[in-house]
Design a binder for this molecule. Structure first.
Ligand SMILES: [Fe+2]
Length: 327
C-alpha cells in the first residue's frame, strides 16, 4: 500500500497564543510565522509538521499522510475513487500552503478530513528547538501518531484498513472497540477508540531522550492543570510518556522509547492487558473509571507483565558476573 508515514497534523483553534506557548516552551517545537491566524511548527528538517489555524475551534482540521511519489499518489486516488470516495486534487496554492509538491484531499466515512501528499519541502535552516531538547524521533517513522475518538469503530475499519491500507497492529474489543494501525515500523501511526463521540483524542510526538520527556514533565507539573495523564508506560507500543491538556479539547502525548516493529512479520492480535503497564493515571477522569484502569494495571503488574529493555543489560548475566568476579 502507498501510505508510508504520518506527515503532518492540522488543527483549528482560536487559542493560537496559548498553542504557540505550549508547542515551543513545553513541547520544544520551533514556531514558524505564517501570517494572520496561521501558525506552523517544525519538529525536524521539514518546513512544518504541526499547523494551527486560528479561524475556528473545530479541533482536528486534517491529517496529512505521506506517500513516496506521484505515481503512488495517483494509485491511492484511483483506489479511493473506485470505493466511491470523493477525491479532490489539491490546488497549487494548497500544496504551497502545506509545503509539499502535490496532494489530494478526501474524507473518511464520518467526515474527518485526510490529505495524502508526496515530496515535502525541507527547510534551508536547521531545526532550532523551542527549549533545549535532543530532538524529535521522526524520519521514516513519521511525526508520531493520531488517536481518534469515533462513534463506531466497525463503521470506519473497512475504510482505514481495506481502502487506505493501514495494517492492524493490535486491537481490544472490551469495553469498546480499540484498533491500532501501523504504516511503517512505528507500532501505531493511527488508532481509533470507539468511545461513542467524534473528536481527536490525542496526538503523540516522540522525543530522542527520556530526559527530554522527564524535563518536560517537570515543566508541565509547574503549570496548574496541564498534566492530563501522569507519567506511565503503554502496554502495546512500550511508549514511556505523559499526556497534557491542550488549549483545545484533546490531549498531546509526549513520549520516548516507542517500540519499532517489523511490518513484514508482524501479526495483528487481540490484547487483554489494558492500555498501560504502570502510571498514566488519568487525572481528569471520575474516580470510578480511574479505578477500573488502575485495577487492570495492578492485575498486569501482579502477573509480572513487563517489557524487556534492550538498552539495559539483563540481571544475573553470567558473562557480566564473570567479568566482575575477575576484577
Ligand atoms: Fe498514544
Amino acid at each position: 500500500m502507498e501510505i508510508t508515514a504520518l506527515g503532518y497534523i492540522g488543527i483549528n483553534s482560536s487559542q493560537i497564543d496559548q498553542w504557540s506557548q505550549m508547542a515551543t516552551g513545553l513541547l520544544g517545537m520551533q514556531q514558524v510565522d505564517r501570517g494572520g491566524k496561521m501558525r506552523a511548527f517544525r519538529m525536524d528538517d521539514r518546513k512544518q509538521r504541526l499547523i494551527v489555524d486560528g479561524s475556528s475551534d473545530a479541533g482536528l482540521a486534517m491529517m496529512g499522510w505521506e506517500v513516496p511519489s506521484t505515481a503512488e499518489l495517483d494509485q491511492l486516488a484511483g483506489r479511493l475513487e473506485s470505493h466511491g470516495v470523493q477525491v479532490v486534487r489539491g490546488s497549487r496554492a494548497l500544496a504551497d500552503e502545506r509545503h509539499v509538491t502535490e496532494l489530494i484531499t478526501f474524507a473518511d466515512p464520518t467526515g474527518n478530513r485526510l490529505e495524502a501528499f508526496c515530496k515535502p519541502e525541507l527547510a534551508a535552516e536547521s531545526f532550532k528547538p523551542g527549549r533545549p531538547i535532543s530532538g524529535f524521533r521522526t524520519g521514516a517513522l513519521g511525526m508520531g501518531h493520531v488517536v481518534l475518538n469515533v462513534e463506531d469503530v466497525e463503521r470506519l475499519l473497512p475504510f482505514y484498513r481495506d481502502v487506505l491500507g493501514f495494517h492492524v497492529s493490535d486491537f481490544g474489543l472490551k469495553p469498546y472497540g480499540l484498533y491500532f494501525f501501523h504504516v511503517n515500523g512505528r507500532h501505531h501511526s493511527f488508532a481509533m477508540v470507539g468511545s461513542g463521540r467524534k473528536a481527536l483524542h490525542h496526538f503523540m510526538v516522540e522525543l530522542g531522550s527520556l530526559d527530554d520527556v522527564g524535563q518536560g514533565y517537570d515543566l508541565a507539573q509547574m503549570d496548574e492543570g496541564r498534566v492530563a495523564y501522569t507519567l506511565g508506560r503503554h502496554t502495546n507500543d512500550h511508549m514511556t510518556s505523559f499526556y497534557v491538556n491542550t488549549p483545545s479539547d484533546f490531549f498531546i502525548e509526549y513520549g520516548w522509547g516507542g517500540r519499532v516493529i517489523d511490518p513484514e512479520t508482524w501479526k495483528p492480535h487481540e490484547t487483554f492487558d489494558g492500555p498501560s503497564l504502570w502510571g498514566h493515571e488519568r487525572l481528569y477522569m471520575p474516580e470510578e473509571q480511574r479505578k477500573r484502569l488502575r485495577d487492570m494495571r495492578l492485575d498486569a503488574a501482579a502477573r509480572g507483565v513487563r517489557v524487556a529493555d534492550p538498552r539495559v543489560p539483563p540481571l544475573n548475566c553470567a558473562w557480566l558476573d564473570s567479568v566482575i568476579a575477575r576484577e
